[in-house]
Design a protein around this ligand. Structure first.
Ligand code: AHR
Length: 503
């Protein structure tokens, strides 16, 4: 069956929040040390940060970078990472069994974000930490008054407050692997009281409370309800985290996982809507999908880098074309659910489950997952439009009736429409009729292709995991008179179609 895709420019799902194009850098593995920070590297700037890495981060147009963790956050004392470097302690990081030299801390990271042209999404430690320590950090970062912690920042060389707006109330506090994990009730009480204190100190901030660490957690659902019940009036977002794996080498099942992600989002949005009913507060709690990616290659490799060293090279995934396709599918899912997902962070950014990889003292390269993120971030902004897709489906180990073709549609303010199209079929191209309809039922919009960027995931299918064909497969115009385009999506491909519109 030919696939039919119908987009109606009047069927707006929601404006897409730019903050769905965020990422994450944790004190983990080589993300910081020999990742973004390597004094002595030939490209290092005057602060010791690698310019070659910055040159690959900047085009991603990140709205925010989450920092400093992750699991690391739950044992981190922010005071260790501020002030003269000579006085900073080396600590045992029990989250990742590494040594933390504290050469990069709050000031270095926030100033790095400024040089990158992005913002930070900061976390406060609710593992070993306390509400008082969270408030002290907030005052250090954003304080404008002549108070102790704002003065400490000034003494450390930073006169102006950083004005960090987004803050996470801990990280994955439901997980037994977390330093000082909590029950739902323990976490909810701590998060609620920390949130109150932080917002009294700085009413301009927005707060993210921890949802479950992933959907299959045994407490998933109950955890969300309890956190929302306690914290609803004091928080702005609830977090979702999810990584997908292809351990069985079953690519059709792997590529179907984005449908689970969609179900996960709608379920958690449902918990938020339900919780609002029981509240007198009139705020809305939206979703922050602040950890998402593919993650399994390193675990499968059985590598065990030496413990208690600085920058242990852990979780250095080598991504393939199938991973890039799933990342594209997950991005489509975020766009289609932009009515409820307002923040998202690709986890992570450099060296650790990352699109950008460095060699210590050497070069830097991007992985296949870099490309769909780059193009979605550059062209997937504006309003998300509903797309109706009918076409062939397949059955696989994890579900039935998986559509081969997945579509997210976005309209820019200038009328350009961008379609992100993925063909999950490893063997066959799929011809598609694409109809762009106007705001009134029969008012066709004349559409022409101004750019068609297509990448195939063939590298993983033919046993060359690092390869992915990222050449432009077609570019140019294809005029048509009736608002209908016909294209064939190559087998196993991610595609971005930019359409000029006369309307
Ligand atoms: O992103 C890697 C880790 O995954 C984070 O530290 C943690 O929050 C999650 O389990």
């Amino acid at each position: 069956m030919k696939t039919r895709i119908r987009i109606d420019v009047g069927a707006v799902i929601s404006p897409i929040d730019d903050r769905i194009y965020g990422s994450f850098i944790e004190h983990m593995g080589r993300a910081i040390y020999t990742g973004i920070f390597e004094p002595g590297h030939e490209t290092a700037d005057e602060y010791g940060f690698r310019r070659d890495v910055m040159d690959l981060i900047r085009p991603l147009g990140l709205a925010q970078i989450r920092y400093p963790g992750g699991n690391f956050l739950s044992g981190y004392n922010w005071r260790d990472g501020v002030g003269p470097r000579g006085g900073r302690p080396v600590r045992m990081d029990a989250a990742w069994f590494a040594l933390e030299p504290n050469l990069v801390g709050t000031d270095e990271f926030l100033q790095y974000c400024e040089r990158l042209g992005t913002t930070a999404m900061m976390g406060v430690n609710l593992g070993t930490g306390s509400p008082a320590e969270a408030a002290a950090l907030l005052e250090y970062v954003n304080g404008v008054l002549p108070t102790a912690y704002a003065d400490m920042r000034r003494a450390n060389g930073r006169e102006l407050p950083y004005g960090v707006k987004l803050w996470c109330l801990g990280n994955e506090m439901d997980g037994p692997w977390q330093i000082c994990a909590k029950t739902a009730e323990e976490y909810s009480r701590a998060a609620c009281e920390t949130a109150k204190l932080m917002k009294w100190i700085d009413p301009d901030i927005e707060l993210v409370a921890c949802g479950s660490s992933y959907r299959a957690m045994p407490t998933y659902g109950d955890w969300e309800k309890e956190v929302l019940r306690h914290c609803y009036p004091h928080i702005d977002y609830l977090s979702l985290h999810q990584y997908y794996e292809n351990n069985d080498d079953d690519i059709p099942a792997f590529l179907a996982r984005s449908i689970e992600m969609e179900e996960f989002i709608r379920e958690v949005a449902g918990y938020c809507a339900e919780a609002k009913k029981g509240q007198s507060a009139d705020n809305d709690v939206y979703l922050s999908f602040d950890e998402w990616n593919v993650w399994y290659h390193f675990r499968k490799s059985g590598k065990e880098p030496p413990l208690w060293t600085v920058g242990r090279p852990i979780e250095e995934e080598t991504y393939d074309g199938a991973d890039a396709l799933l990342v594209g599918l997950m991005l489509n899912t975020l766009m289609r659910n932009s009515d409820v997902v307002k923040i998202a962070c690709l986890a992570q950014l450099v060296n650790v489950i990352a699109p950008i990889m460095t060699e210590p003292g050497g070069g830097v390269r991007v992985q296949p997952i870099y490309h769909p993120f780059l193009h979605a971030s550059r062209h997937g902004r504006g309003e998300a439009l509903r797309s109706d897709v009918t076409g062939d489906t397949y059955d696989c180990a994890v579900r039935r009736d998986v559509p081969y073709v997945d579509c997210a549609a976005v309209r820019h303010a200038d009328g350009e429409i961008v379609l992100f199209l993925i063909n999950r079929d490893m063997a066959n191209g799929h011809p598609c009729d694409i109809q762009i309809a106007g705001q009134t039922p029969d008012a066709a919009v004349r559409a022409e292709i101004i750019e068609w960027l297509s990448m195939t995931g063939s590298g993983s299918a033919n046993g060359q995991p690092e390869q992915m064909d990222t050449r432009l497969s077609q570019s140019g115009s294809q005029p048509n008179g009736n608002g209908m385009l016909t294209i064939t999506l190559p087998a196993f491909s991610w595609n971005m179609l930019r359409l000029a519109s006369s309307k």
